[in-house]
Design a protein around this ligand. Structure first.
Ligand code: DLL
Length: 433
C-alpha cells in the first residue's frame, strides 16, 4: 500500500518541477524572514531571483549545527512566535541544545510523511501500534505518535522503560507493530525470553526502527527473535524528526520524502555536490517548512543516494544505510552524545584534568558509557569518601547535560594515554558498521 501515490510515485519531471517551485518560494521566505540567511546570501551577492530551479541549490549557503548553536535559541526561526505551536530539541555539541519550532502546518506535514512511512511498513487502520521511542523533547515519541493517529491505526504511547509491562501490553492488546531503536528491540527480545514468553505469544508483525545506526545482521537477529519484519526509518530533529526517509517492503534503501526534504550528497572536505552512487555527507533542504526552514543543512551522516527505479512503484531517491559520521557524534541508547559535551562539563570542575576518555560498549544489547577522567594531583587522595563524592558530583552533572547516565571512572593523574596529534577521546567497542 502507498499512502500518497500522487507524491510518492510522481514522475521525475513532475518532482523536479515541484521541488524547483518550492525552493524558489523557500528562498524568498528565508531571505525576508531570517537575517542569518539574508546576510549570508548578500555576502555571496545572491538574490532570491537567482534561484530559478532546484539545480540552482548549489549556489546557496550551507547551514551547520554550529550555526544553530550560534543563533540559540530562536535565531534561525522564520515564523513569528505566535505561529509556533510546538518545540523539540536535540543535543548540541556543547552547552546549549538545538531548538526547533514547528508551526501547525509543519506538524501536519510531519504526520503526513510519518503516515507514508508506516503505510510502507505495512501498517493499516486495523493495526494497534506501540510507540516505544522516548516522548518529550526528543522527536521520536511524538513524531511517530501523530503519524500513527493520522494513518488511523490505534496508537499506544508506551514510551521507553518498563519493558516487561510493555511486552505484556503487546500480548494483551494484540499490538501488531512497534517503533523503537533497534538496540531497544534487541533488549525487548531478551526480556521476552527472560519472561518465559515466545515471539508467537506476542504476535508482533512490524517494527519501525531508527534513531541510531544498525546493521543487516542486527535486522536478521531482531526479526528472528521478535518474529516481525523490521524496517528502517531515518530522520533528524533539525529537519523534522523521524520520517525524513523510510524503507518499503523491498527493505533495500530508504525512500526520501523528497517533496519536503531535498537531499544532496557532498564531499565533506571540498563541499562539492557528488553524483548518485558516491558516498559522502548527506545534506537536506527543508522545502516546505515554516517554523525553522533550513537551507542545505549538513547532517554529518555519511551515506550514498541512489535513483534506481524501485519495484515498489515509489519514484523517490533512496538513501543507503548511515555508514558513519563526518564528526565525532556518538549515539548511545538512542541519545546523541558529543565528546565535547563531556569535556565542557569536566572543564567546569577544578578537581579534574582535561584528560578524559569515553568508552562505549554494548552489554546484553544495552549501550554502556564509561567516562574515564584524570583527577588533579592535589585532589587525588586515598580518602575514599572524598573520591566517591567527586565521582558522584561528575556523574550527576554528566547526567543532566547528556540525558543518559555514565559510569565515571576516576583515573590517576597522567594515566590516560596522551595522543601525538588530535586528542583521541572515544573508544567505541560496539561493532555497528
Ligand atoms: O533520531 C529522529 C528519529 C527518531 C529518527 C526516531 C528515527 C526514529 P535526532 O535525535 O536529531 O533525531 O538524531 C538524528 O540520528 O543525524 C543520524 O545520525 C541518527 N539516525 C537517525 N535515524 C537513523 C537511522 C532522531 N535510521 C541523528 N539509521 C541522525 C542511522 C540514524 N542513524
Amino acid at each position: 500500500m502507498i499512502w500518497n501515490p500522487n507524491k510518492e510515485c510522481m514522475s521525475r519531471d513532475e518532482m523536479h518541477a515541484l521541488q524547483s517551485k518550492r525552493l524558489q518560494k523557500l528562498v524568498t521566505y528565508v531571505y525576508h524572514n531570517v537575517p542569518f540567511y539574508r546576510n549570508k546570501m548578500q555576502a555571496m551577492d545572491l538574490a532570491p531571483e537567482d534561484i530559478r530551479s532546484i539545480d540552482d541549490i548549489v549556489k546557496l549557503p550551507f547551514t551547520t549545527k554550529q550555526d544553530l548553536r550560534d543563533n540559540y535559541p530562536y535565531g534561525l526561526q522564520a515564523a513569528p512566535a505566535s505561529e509556533i505551536v510546538r518545540v523539540h530539541a536535540s543535543s548540541g555539541t556543547t552547552g546549549n541544545p538545538t531548538i526547533v519550532g514547528y508551526t501547525r502546518k509543519d506538524l501536519a506535514v510531519w504526520s503526513e510523511v510519518m503516515a507514508r512511512c508506516l503505510t510502507a511498513f505495512g501498517v493499516t487502520r486495523d493495526d494497534t501500534f506501540s510507540v516505544a521511542y522516548g516522548y518529550g523533547l526528543f522527536t521520536g515519541g511524538l513524531g511517530a505518535h501523530y503519524g500513527v493517529e493520522n494513518l488511523g491505526a490505534t496508537v499506544i504511547p508506551a514510551s521507553t522503560g518498563s519493558t516487561e509491562k510493555h511486552i505484556r501490553l503487546i500480548r494483551d492488546l494484540k499490538i501488531s507493530g512497534v517503533a523503537c531503536t533497534p538496540s531497544y528491540a534487541l533488549y525487548m527480545a531478551e526480556t521476552l525470553e527472560k519472561m518465559g514468553l515466545t515471539k508467537e505469544d506476542i504476535g508482533l508483525r512490524i517494527g519501525a526502527f531508527g534513531a541510531e545506526p544498525w546493521t543487516e545482521n542486527m535486522r536478521k537477529e531482531i526479526e528472528e527473535r521478535l518474529g516481525l519484519k523490521g524496517y528502517n526509518i531515518y530522520g533528524l530533529s533539525e529537519i523534522m524528526g523521524p520520517g525524513v526517509s523510510y524503507e518499503c517492503q523491498e527493505q533495500d534503501g530508504s525512500h526520501i520524502n523528497e517533496d519536503h526534504f531535498y537531499p544532496e550528497i557532498i564531499n565533506p572536505e571540498t563541499l562539492e555536490q557528488l553524483p548518485y552512487g558516491t558516498q559522502g555527507e548527506l545534506v537536506f533542504t527543508t522545502l516546505t517548512k515554516e517554523g525553522m526552514p533550513l537551507l542545505r543543512y549538513r547532517t554529518k551522516d555519511l551515506c550514498t543516494l541512489t535513483n534506481d527505479p524501485c519495484p515498489c512503484g515509489r519514484t523517490s531517491v533512496k538513501m543507503g544505510r548511515i555508514v558513519g559520521r563526518s564528526d565525532d557524534m556518538l549515539i548511545i541508547r538512542g541519545i546523541n552524545v558529543f565528546p565535547s559535551q563531556v569535556e565542557s562539563v569536566i572543564l567546569t570542575m577544578p578537581e579534574f584534568e582535561p584528560q578524559y576518555m569515553l568508552v562505549v560498549d554494548r552489554v546484553k544489547n544495552l549501550d554502556t558509557l564509561q567516562v574515564q577522567v584524570e583527577v588533579r594531583r592535589d585532589f587525588f587522595s586515598d580518602d575514599l569518601g572524598r573520591m566517591l563524592a567527586m565521582k558522584k558530583a561528575l556523574a550527576d552533572k554528566l547526567k543532566s547535560v547528556l540525558s543518559i547516565s555514565a559510569d565515571v571512572k576516576l583515573m590517576e593523574p597522567g594515566s590516560i594515554e596522551r595522543s601525538q596529534g588530535k586528542g583521541k577521546h572515544v573508544i567505541d567497542n560496539r561493532k555497528l558498521v
